[in-house]
Design a protein around this ligand. Structure first.
Ligand code: M6R
Length: 612
């Protein structure tokens, strides 16, 4: 997500800002920019990496003692030079960087348009800085008071830093819902979305709390509440962490961080979309193609890797809840095998990056054949998002580890909401059933949060696996795709050969592999298939296989048959993949760490596969 940096002091601000932006790269971004005060306001911004920004600035000598910078992960408006931050107000006096979303930006924009303000970008941030300018002019107040008054009118989340052409040594920052840290140096101040940008320059920090703002100047720092302008006593903390760990938010690897982010990422996926009381899914992308959905004969889901696995879960859920035929295909096969596509088909294309070459090519082919394409992507502004007729973003936040984790659970969550929408729309899902499922979806983040406590136990179980050369993952029903996903996670980051199978298929071949050296991970949550899975576990045990079970609390029979048991909370059958996946991600992670593998950047793999 977006990152903010800032500097006010005696040093040359430019290198401080550029280094700070580099440290924020791990957050994921698509453009960056800086604004410096050197008697005037100098703004540079560029789509792409911080390298691109530096190349743009080139050898130009920039001398300034105050400045702000930003890495942008697009939300409002595609990633380009114009939408990149910082944004300047209409009179050219004020400049802002912002992390968050201003939800009431449209009404603020209309107010400003009525006052003859104009806008260059598609961002909510440009609206905010102009609103601040407007408030200052109307109320005839100081900059910090104008910011405070303006922020009291804002609905949404923000961390902002503002500087002004008219105030050579004043920076105003504020936060609500998005993080902001102040670094206190010797006669100088740093700001950052976290302490990464200045961790080598000062260890003294103030964590600004939600609803607080700070005025930084040569006279020091003053902190107040945004709502009532009440002074707050600043508490200075000493940073204990080193640069390496803070870049990964305190986690050893991005993958672990992303696994732990899932309670939040799923909340973000469902926010504003899932309404239990009136049994409604509000997704603008679905509404946009509602006529096509009404006429649809079937749904084709395409994707690659983990996204394809999410598609398989989607097939089970959509067919179950909406009684609409679904086929799931690898995009790479689909695009080359002359498939039968009709104009009454809906093609759902799933991709975290939105840039996977095979998925993109398959979309183009489906469109040429007249099908309606709905994209499920994580990256805003990506090619697949743009190429689709309609779509939904997963809102999982940037996924940096090559092994997909939080993107998968967010994709499954979107697919579950699509199933609810379709089922309700075509009358195959009663209001009661909808509400039962929707209520359970709302409980999933808390259940995952409680499961993260299993981390230590799973680390211990991993010790019994990490020397293995092979592993088998078994699941049934909704959890067959989870078995495939568990096997993919293990093989891609630990280089252990692993296969996922529908548990009942074991008898048709794989059972020949089972001996005392074969770990078999069985996904056996409570639900319709539970008894069948217990029989499958018995079959493995009878052949001396090493059984690791993912099952419900207190399942004594499974426990007695297993060498390792991971007990998980209960949920509805169709939602179990959202829970059963978590221990498999952690298991793969710990096995890979114990094998000393490069977890975040496994050999031969890229995060976004842009060639076929
Ligand atoms: O960005 P996409 O979702 O389109 O990527 C698809 C696959 O390349 C991706 O899921 C890959 O399999 C991951 N490394 C799996 O963890």
């Amino acid at each position: 997500m977006c990152g903010i940096v800032g500097y006010l002091g005696k040093k040359d601000a430019y290198p401080v800002l550029i280094n700070g932006l580099r440290r924020l790269e791990y957050r994921g971004y698509d453009s960056s920019g800086i604004a410096l005060y050197n008697g005037d306001l100098e703004v540079h911004k560029s789509k792409g990496k911080v390298d691109d920004l530096e190349n743009l600035i080139g050898e130009k000598k920039i001398s300034a003692k105050m400045g702000i910078g930003h890495t942008r992960w697009a939300t409002h408006g595609e990633p380009n030079n114009v939408n990149a931050h910082p944004h300047v107000s209409n009179n050219g006096d004020l400049v802002i960087v912002h992390n968050g979303i201003i939800e009431n930006c449209n009404s603020l924009k209309q107010l400003l348009l009525d006052k003859n303000y104009s806008f260059k970008s598609e961002t909510d941030t440009e609206i905010l800085i102009n609103f601040i300018e407007y408030v200052q002019a109307e109320e005839k107040v100081s900059l910090d008071q104008a910011i405070r008054l303006a922020l009291n009118e804002v609905i949404g989340a923000f961390a902002i830093a503002v500087i002004s052409k008219k105030e050579p040594s004043l920076m105003v920052v504020a936060r609500l819902g998005s993080p902001l840290v102040l670094g206190i140096g010797n006669g100088e101040f740093f700001i950052g979305s976290d302490a990464t940008p200045f961790i080598d320059l000062t260890k003294k920090v103030i964590y600004l709390e939600d609803g607080e703002m700070a005025v930084l100047s040569n006279n020091g720092v003053s902190i107040r509440t945004i709502e009532s302008d009440e002074p707050i006593d600043a508490v200075i903390h000493k940073l204990q962490i080193d640069l390496n760990s803070i870049e990964k938010g305190g986690y050893n690897h991005f993958m672990l961080k992303e696994i732990f982010e899932q309670p939040t990422s799923i909340l973000n996926t469902i926010r504003g979309r899932l309404f239990v009381s009136n049994a409604q899914i509000r997704m603008a992308g679905l509404d946009k193609i509602s006529e096509k959905l009404e006429k649809a004969n079937r749904i084709l889901i395409i994707g690659c890797g983990t996204s394809w696995h999410a598609g398989l879960v989607g097939e089970y859920i959509i067919e179950d809840l909406a009684r609409l035929p679904v086929e799931v295909e690898y995009a790479s096969e689909f695009r080359y095998r002359n498939p039968i596509i009709s104009s009454d088909d809906i093609v759902i294309a799933i991709s975290q990056s939105g840039e996977t070459a095979d998925t993109l090519a398959a979309i183009k082919m489906a469109k040429e054949a007249g099908a309606c394409v709905f994209g499920i992507c994580n990256v805003v502004g990506s090619s697949i998002a743009r190429e689709s007729h309609a779509g939904a973003f997963t809102h999982a936040g940037p996924e940096i580890g090559v092994a997909s984790t939080k993107a998968f659970t967010a994709q499954v969550t979107v697919l579950a909401m699509i199933a609810l929408y379709l089922g309700r729309g075509n009358g195959n899902l009663s209001k009661d059933k909808f509400q039962e499922i929707a209520k359970e979806i709302e409980l999933i983040p808390a259940k995952i949060l409680s499961m993260l406590d299993l981390d230590d136990k799973i680390q211990t179980i991993a010790k019994s696996l990490y020397k293995s050369n092979n592993a088998l993952f078994l699941g049934r029903g909704f959890n067959f795709p989870v078995a495939l996903e568990g096997a993919l996670k293990l093989k891609e980051i630990s280089y252990i050969h692993a296969e996922g199978y529908p548990a009942a298929e074991m008898k048709h071949g794989p059972i020949a592999l089972i001996d005392e050296n074969m770990p078999v991970i069985v996904v056996a949550p409570r639900g319709d298939m539970f008894k069948k899975l217990v029989s499958n576990i018995q079959e493995v045990k009878a052949r001396k296989g090493i059984v690791i079970s993912i099952t419900g609390y207190g399942e004594s029979e499974v426990k007695s048959l297993s060498d390792g048991v991971i007990e998980i909370p209960e949920t509805l059958d169709c939602l179990t993949p959202l829970l059963t996946t978590i221990p498999l991600q952690l298991l793969s992670y710990h096995v890979a760490v114990q094998r000393d593998c490069n977890v975040d950047q496994p050999r031969n793999l890229a995060k976004s596969v842009t060639v076929e």
